[in-house]
Design a protein around this ligand. Structure first.
Ligand SMILES: *Cc1c(COP(=O)(O)O)cnc(C)c1O
Length: 388
């Protein structure tokens, strides 16, 4: 592909928020003389445990690594049921772990895995369910946990997009055996690249800590503190660690998360209200059990039953300097998954229909009143032309 100049948007799809507190935190680490995995990692993990009310937090260099660590350390090599409507990273982790992804169709209203279809996919080889909390909208975790319990399956949540979202008052990513989160640049809090696993299983946590650290049972700092050189490597591991520079960023970001979730909610409510009467536009359906983390603000756009105009809306918004995007191309449509596992177009009709109609609109805490109004007015004007 030729290198293209990155398009400048007046209102991008998302934008990380940093201020003096991040700069101070990062400078402190640089001045400390220790920039790799170290004390800030411990401090960030501790704050995350308190925030999410979980027993263990393991920080890693990405959510992709977090998913892989959770699967490999749980010893999962059989079939794993995942929604087709997700980022390819969810399925890729299953493949990297040596297990087989079995796709499940999604609920049309939310884009989340359709729990009522999961049981029909369970075979003797099924070992786990991996729900994905799409866009920050928690899945029906009551239904998923009860299916898992009935069939003796593990649950590993992909909560990359759902930092701070809740199902019945409990944080998404804290229901299953492990919950995986992303701190990538666009997510609700960011460390540039980064991720974590939450769990209440101490043994699993220890395994994942070794997995991220070359398979070794102690890290460099621990040995320095104990004045020893000796360590053991019992399992194969990788270097999936996160740096203290990133942890300093994360600590600062996490403290701001509650306020930023409120801001995301406010923006989403403005959009919901503005778009509810516009023909062809349907925001995702909310349910009372859900506190939406609004990593993405997603609408389905389908004026007069035609699927073609969503692409036009995308182009027109970009022309107006508004950074819309499409999340996601269903994973079973990617060439790798078709070639390797024989999936075909038509296998998951609801995921495909969702893909044809959804579009993500700008949402980030620093959007001001003018930005919000501009997105609403631009989307409304384009939709009115199509509805005419
Ligand atoms: C962002 C994302 C990931 C991958 O996160 P990284 O930290 O970039 O590896 C995985 N799953 C979902 C649903 C995501 O949105």
């Amino acid at each position: 592909m030729t290198q293209q100049k990155q398009k400048k948007f007046n209102i991008p799809l998302c934008k990380p928020s940093f201020n003096a507190s991040e700069l101070t935190a990062v400078r402190e680490v640089l001045d400390s003389g220790w920039v790799a995995h170290g004390p800030k990692n411990k401090e960030f993990e501790s704050l995350l445990r308190d925030f999410f009310h979980v027993g263990e937090v393991i920080l890693l260099n990405s959510c992709a690594s977090a998913l892989e660590a959770a699967l490999v350390s749980s010893g999962i090599t059989g079939e794993v049921i995942i929604p087709s409507f997700t980022m390819s990273a969810t399925a890729n982790a299953v493949v990297r772990a040596g297990a087989t992804p079995v796709f499940c169709d999604v609920e049309w209203k939310t884009g989340n895995i359709d729990a009522s279809l999961v049981e029909g996919l369970i075979t003797k080889k099924t070992e786990a369910i991996m729900p994905v909390h799409f866009a920050g909208f928690p899945c029906d975790m009551d239904a998923i946990m009860s299916i898992a319990k009935k069939h003796g399956l593990r649950v590993i949540e992909d909560s990359a997009e759902c930092i701070g979202g809740k199902w019945n008052g409990k944080f998404a990513g804290t229901f299953g055996d492990a919950g995986c989160f992303s701190f990538w640049a666009t997510k609700n809090i960011t460390t540039g690249e980064g991720g974590m696993v939450t769990t209440n299983d101490t043994k699993l946590a220890d395994k994942m800590r070794r997995f991220r650290n070359h398979g070794i049972d102690s890290d460099h700092r621990q040995r320095a503190e104990l004045g020893t050189w000796y360590y053991e490597m019992a399992d194969l591991g990788y270097n999936y660690r996160i740096t203290d520079i990133q942890c300093a960023l994360g600590l600062s970001q996490l403290r701001k998360l509650p306020d930023r979730l409120i801001r995301r909610q406010e923006i989403a409510q403005r959009y919901n209200k503005a778009f509810s009467g516009i023909p062809g536009i349907r925001p995702l359906t909310l349910v009372p059990e859900v506190y939406h983390a609004y990593h993405l603000y997603v609408i389905s756009y389908c004026p007069r039953g035609s699927n073609t105009s969503r692409g036009d809306l995308f182009v027109k918004l970009h022309e107006k300097g508004i950074g819309a995007n499409i999340h996601y191309i269903p994973v079973h449509l990617h060439p790798f998954y078709q070639k390797r596992f024989g999936y075909q177009k038509g296998d998951y009709p609801k995921a495909e229909k969702a893909y044809e109609q959804i579009i993500s609109l700008p949402i980030y805490p620093r959007m001001d009143e003018r930005d919000i109004r501009r997105v609403i007015e631009t989307v409304t004007r384009i939709a009115e032309v199509y509805a005419a």
